[in-house]
Write a protein that binds this ligand. Structure first.
Ligand SMILES: Nc1ncnc2c1ncn2[C@@H]1O[C@H](COP(=O)(O)OP(=O)(O)O)[C@@H](O)[C@H]1O
Ligand SMILES: [Mg+2]
Length: 247
């Protein structure tokens, strides 16, 4: 499997504190990967680096078939290059319908002029319907997004990210605050999405990670502590030490 994202020797220091310490790892083109690790391990900082929000002091981050460096690109250019990020808090437009939220997210040139005179075309409407069905909201297109459950809002936001056709999707704690049924739907959704793109999930909930049934990277003190199946990494003495050996 050739790498889609390659992180190599990356370090970041905040006020003398090394949050990321010589971090290296790869994500394949159609791979589902879970990243776990204790609070402060550097999981969010890793996502900030890949999306251009934080610039590392050292190392390289390359993406795509031509291995372009992400470190020279703005956040907007990184998104255009095919990297989408799902934050913990859904940021859907609550007063708009599910249909309108998805329509606004479609990948198109969006000059103020284009938005002002925007009329949905039939292919766009078909695409919106398909996106809604993909995330399990096919029956909810006409509803105001503000009326959706917490889980449904998260799926809508995932649908809005999919509308941008990312090749890599970064998802921070998708299961937080969800009911069991919503978690199960989210698991299925992430597994399905990773069939056609790379999906990286940061998650604390071990049961959730278990159901993803994918390769796991354990971060600790800004570096990779262990990598492999969940069973493999949770048998690793260094991982046990980090999770159980404190306090
Ligand atoms: N902008 C920042 N300024 C200073 N310290 C930061 C900043 N962002 C993160 N850190 C520190 O870097 C470490 C890693 O943080 P983070 O990536 O948020 O960890 P995680 O997401 O794994 O809990 C923590 O010790 C955190 O306090
Ligand atoms: Mg975090």
């Amino acid at each position: 499997m050739s790498a889609l994202l390659e992180v190599s020797g990356v370090s970041v220091t905040f006020d003398g504190f090394r949050a990321i310490n010589n971090l290296s790892f790869n994500i394949g083109a159609r791979e589902l990967r879970a990243i776990i690790g204790p609070n402060g391990a550097g999981k969010t900082t890793f996502m900030d680096i890949v999306t251009g929000k934080t610039r590392p002091d050292q190392g390289s981050v390359t993406f795509g078939d031509r291995s372009i460096s992400l470190l020279k690109l703005s956040e907007a250019r990184i998104a255009q290059a095919g990297i989408g990020r799902k934050f913990q808090r859904p940021t859907v437009f609550e007063d708009q319908t599910v249909f309108d939220n998805l329509m606004m997210a479609l990948k198109k040139p969006r000059s103020p002029f284009a938005v002002l005179f925007f009329r949905p075309s039939r292919p766009d409407a078909v695409r919106v319907q398909a996106l809604a069905e993909e995330v399990g909201l096919g029956q909810h297109l006409a509803r105001k997004s503000g009326e959706l459950s917490h889980g449904q809002k998260q799926w809508l936001e995932i649908g809005m990210l999919l509308a941008q056709e990312p090749r890599l999707l970064l998802v921070d704690e998708p299961a937080a605050g969800m009911t069991l049924a919503e978690r199960e739907h989210t698991t299925a959704l992430l597994v399905e999405m990773a069939k056609t793109r790379a999906v990286v999930v940061v998650e604390h909930d071990m049961e959730f990670v278990r159901r993803l049934d994918c390769k796991v990277t354990v971060l600790h003190e800004g570096a990779v502590l262990a990598e492999g199946s969940l069973d493999h990494v949770t048998r690793n003495p260094a991982v046990i030490e980090v999770y159980l050996g404190r306090g």
